[in-house]
Design a protein around this ligand. Sequence first.
Ligand SMILES: C[S@@+](CC[C@H](N)C(=O)[O-])C[C@H]1O[C@@H](n2cnc3c(N)ncnc32)[C@H](O)[C@@H]1O
Length: 299
Amino acid sequence: MFLYCLVNPGFEGRLKEEASVRAPFLHPSFSRPGFVTFKVLEPRPVPRMTFARVLGEFVGKGGEEDLPGALAEGKGRFIHRFRLAEGRGSGPDAPLGSEILDVVEVAEGQFWWGHRKVGPWDWGCPGGVPNLVLPELAPSRAWLKLEEMLLWSRWAPPPGTGALELGSAPGGASWALLNRGLRVIGVDVAPMAAVCLDHPAYSHLGLSVRDVRKKDLPHPVEVLFCDLGLKPVEAVPQIRHFCHILPSLKRVYYTLKMGEGLDTRNLDGWKDAFVKMGFSVQTTHLPSNRLEIFLLATR
Ligand SMILES: C[S@@+](CC[C@H](N)C(=O)[O-])C[C@H]1O[C@@H](n2cnc3c(N)ncnc32)[C@H](O)[C@@H]1O
């Protein structure tokens, strides 16, 4: 048996390293940018992997002429097509618990197909790439990251929710939250976009995150977003501090900066740090993430 994974191009090696730690019974096989397959050496449950946007069971491969046979596998399943060359797919979003037939065009006219079931921490959209377009007015590409985080975590924050964003400038993420009706406190030493500063539901603290005190926060906070341009060794103690002074915090959305050296065991160490704070933790490499990982902590 073989498995196929879709991965952000350039991160195939990171996925193989992760598999060697989490599932040593998987042996890397055919791979190309954005696509990695593994031979399953022992029939054991396969754990979720941070770097696999999509992970499924391989069924077959072939050319255009083989597609009608491949699509017959789609009975009762959502059919998703994905073109590696474009990094985009097509097909209806599949809800939690449903089955998908993925047909991946790995090179012009060459297809691999297989199936997967949508679990709570899996994308239900084609290729694990939601159909988002960065609005022209967005102050930064962090808008995409923020929207992907909320979609992946299947959480639509109720309007009026109080959010704190550490590392908010220039403001793509805060702007996304404001557009969703949240009240946002941004913390950053760098300049913030006027579309955020002028918004009535936005408050800015132009301080280092280290200098923010509870009394500086103008309203209660239910969710923390952290996108600080700091290594985890500096960012996580700041998050811990806010979780301590704000016991009402139920969710943390943390963009963990990987740096060059961070491997699977280091990542697990940072996940443990959140578990010790009383959170359940999930991680993924969002489609718009590069040298960073999205860590979701909920309690
Ligand atoms: C990746 S950018 C944040 C992007 C932002 N979330 C957005 O939506 O546009 C990282 C930010 O962390 C900020 N930062 C780094 N160290 C900081 C500190 N000690 N206190 C406050 N902000 C800090 C930087 O000024 C920078 O604006």
